[in-house]
Design a protein around this ligand. Structure first.
Ligand SMILES: Nc1ncnc2[nH]cnc12
Ligand SMILES: [Zn+2]
Length: 373
């Protein structure tokens, strides 16, 4: 088997080849992982609320153990000697410093089996965190640019999502996220390929380097997605200014804003978001690790709740940011004294703001009401 070097992936390449066989490992049945990745330590919580996870990048769930296991299976030489050396890189100064490592580590994802194993690992951990519905983003362009085909990444993830309710008790939807530091033409090309494949996607998202890549760049993409009957979400106001949130609403017609924390700098925008009940998928541990806020104690979430915004708690890239949804809730409780009432309120927000069917939402809200908190 060929040995590939990791560490060269980037979110700034143009989507290119789509033939995994050209650069991937030997074709044929992938061997099962011999060693199951160890789960992160699960905090013992008195109450784990049933929630919907609405902001989750599946590639951001690649735990260090799984990165090493997949590298070994695929004959890829990692630029880290061991787990400790890899973990020592998890000190981020901003979004881009994280994205560099996030894209580099994707080098270990070569086959459908790899994408399936990553997805299964997330769902088994998420079930313990109380996640009962998950809307999962996948970055197809980040795989195409490495020579991994759309079919490989989409089928690998989707094959596990298809059975997620039976296997993990989690209903799921797949969202194709587009890299905003690439061109709109590249995104449109990939969206057309996804539609031609009849890929099981419920919507599109917009992620990667925010500043300098405003929503205005992607108006044709979002119009096409709406035309195709797809849901629409976008990262906005994570590092970018409040005007990016306004433009995501006005120019992209999004149904949810991912992050959105910088809305608090614009009182008129806050009033509008409250009036429109616009969901904001907040990721507290992510914001601290990417230095969007200095400390959890200074996170705007309490002010957002006080303003009446429709906020939910999400994990973003849990393998990189120190925790899953339950960890986010636990730290919010212990550090900023978030009340049980606000936790339940945000759990209900997450369910109501999801793209699940009305029937599934009713089921989950009943489960939340019966959870005894
Ligand atoms: N927090 C984040 N912001 C923008 N793009 C991302 N891709 C993965 N995580 C992201
Ligand atoms: Zn995100």
């Amino acid at each position: 088997m060929e040995t590939n070097d990791a560490g060269t992936g980037t979110g700034t390449e143009t989507a290119a080849g789509t033939d995994a066989a050209a650069t991937g490992p030997d074709s044929g049945e992938a061997p099962e992982l011999t060693e199951a990745p160890e789960l992160a330590e699960i905090p013992v919580e008195a109450h784990i609320l049933p929630v919907a996870e609405l902001h989750l990048h599946i590639e951001g769930t690649l735990e260090p153990e799984l990165i090493f296991a997949l590298a070994e299976r695929n004959g890829i030489k990692l630029p880290y000697a061991d787990l400790d050396e890899l973990r020592s890189r998890y000190e981020f100064t901003d979004l881009q410093s994280f994205l560099d490592l996030y894209y580099a580590n994707m080098a270990v994802l070569r086959t459908e089996q790899d994408f399936a194993d990553m997805t299964r690992a997330y769902l088994s951990r998420a079930a313990l965190a109380g996640v009962r519905h998950a809307e999962i983003m996948l970055d197809p362009q980040a795989h195409l640019s490495r020579g991994v085909s759309l079919e490989t990444c989409v089928n690998g993830v989707a094959s596990v999502l298809a059975g997620s309710q039976e296997e993990f008790g989690i209903s799921t939807l797949l969202i194709a996220a587009f890299l905003r530091d690439l061109s709109e033409d590249s995104a449109l090309e990939v969206l057309e390929q996804l539609l031609a494949l009849d890929a099981p996607i419920a919507g599109i998202g917009l992620d990667s380097a925010e500043v300098g890549n405003p929503p205005a760049k992607f108006q044709r993409l979002f119009a096409r997605a709406k035309d195709a009957g797809l849901h629409r979400i976008a990262h906005a106001g994570e590092e970018g200014p409040p005007s990016y949130i306004i433009d995501a609403l006005d120019l992209l017609d999004v149904e949810r804003i991912d992050h959105g924390i910088r809305c608090m700098e614009d009182p008129d925008l806050v009033e509008r978001l409250v009036d429109e009940l616009m969901p904001l998928t907040v990721c507290p541990l992510s914001n601290v690790r990417l230095r969007a806020v200095d400390t959890l104690a200074e996170h705007p979430l309490p002010a957002m709740l006080a303003a009446g915004l429709n906020v939910s708690v999400n994990s973003d890239d849990p393998a990189y940011f120190g925790g899953y949804v339950d960890d986010n809730f636990a730290q919010l409780k212990s550090v900023i004294g978030l009340s049980e009432f606000d936790c339940v309120r945000m759990a209900a927000n997450s369910i109501r703001s999801s793209f699940a069917t009305d029937e599934r939402k009713a089921e989950l809200l009943a489960e939340l009401a019966a959870s005894g908190v």
